[in-house]
Ligand binder design. Sequence first.
Ligand SMILES: [Zn+2]
Ligand SMILES: [Zn+2]
Length: 59
Amino acid sequence: MFPEEALVNAVCECGMTLDRPRSRTQCSDCGTGMCRSCSIEVDGVTYCRWCVTSIGRAA
Ligand SMILES: [Zn+2]
Ligand SMILES: [Zn+2]
C-alpha cells in the first residue's frame, strides 16, 4: 500500500533523521516513516503519535 519509493526522505516529523529506511517504523494508518520515539503500538499495530491521537486510541 505504501511503496518505499515514496518514503525516500527518511526524516521523522519530529526532525529525527532515519538513516536505515528498512528498519524504521512505519505508521499503519498514514504510512509515515518515523523514529522509534514517535511510534506507538496499539493492539499490535504500529501508529505514529499523530494518528494515535486522531483515532483516539491512546490509553
Ligand atoms: Zn520522531
Ligand atoms: Zn500515522
